[in-house]
Design a protein around this ligand. Structure first.
Ligand SMILES: [Zn+2]
Length: 187
């Protein structure tokens, strides 16, 4: 089964990359951070601030070995995420809208960079078309399937404050919450 966003592959990292991954993860908001539950606001200005946010998010996503990262995960409550529309490609999408969804769905164990160590089954459409703008304000449109379509839907959810534990089965949610509860006490 493919795994989205978080634990992409069970890869062994060398010490330098592992250190970089840990540094990146330390900069990503972790459940139950309040930013993760917020509905992000539309971006109105396509300026240098936006472009430097996108650059920073792309680096964080790469170092964290993720395949998607939403602005809310770095505490910025704006509608923008970075993702991998295909292998070896990285893009940003601003004010994204999912404009088409396949009726066909599948269920995949999904992880999240903001809920480390948790994988839960999430049902999503197999294929989506997502439209929005890039960081320069130009219109973009992606037709996505497989793990790439799933990651884009996962990131779009983040912009509405929705997490994998909100999308999974009641049983898997209960199990995940029991694993997460000790962390809540500690933070
Ligand atoms: Zn996530």
């Amino acid at each position: 089964m493919a795994k989205a966003e978080g634990q992409v592959y069970d890869e062994e990292l060398d010490p330098e990359h592992e250190a970089r991954r840990r540094l990146a993860l330390a900069q990503i908001r972790q459940y139950p951070d309040v930013a993760l539950k917020m509905k992000a606001r539309p971006v109105e200005r396509f300026d240098d601030d936006l472009r430097s946010l996108v650059d920073r998010m792309k680096l964080l996503m790469r170092d964290a070995r993720g395949i998607g990262l939403a602005a809310t995960q770095v505490g910025v409550v704006q509608r923008v995420f970075v993702f991998t529309p295909s292998k070896d490609e990285v893009a940003a999408i601003v004010n994204p809208e999912i404009v088409e969804r396949s009726e066909e769905t599948d269920i995949v164990e999904e992880g999240c960079l903001s809920i480390q160590g948790i994988l839960v089954p999430v049902e999503r459409p197999l294929r989506v078309t997502i439209a929005g703008r890039d960081e320069n304000g130009d219109e973009v449109r992606f037709e996505l399937d497989d793990i790439f379509g799933r990651a884009a839907q996962h990131e779009a959810d983040h912009l509405d404050g929705l997490l994998i534990i909100d999308r999974t089965t009641p049983e898997a949610r209960r199990e995940a919450m029991s694993l997460l509860r000790p962390r809540i006490v500690l933070t």
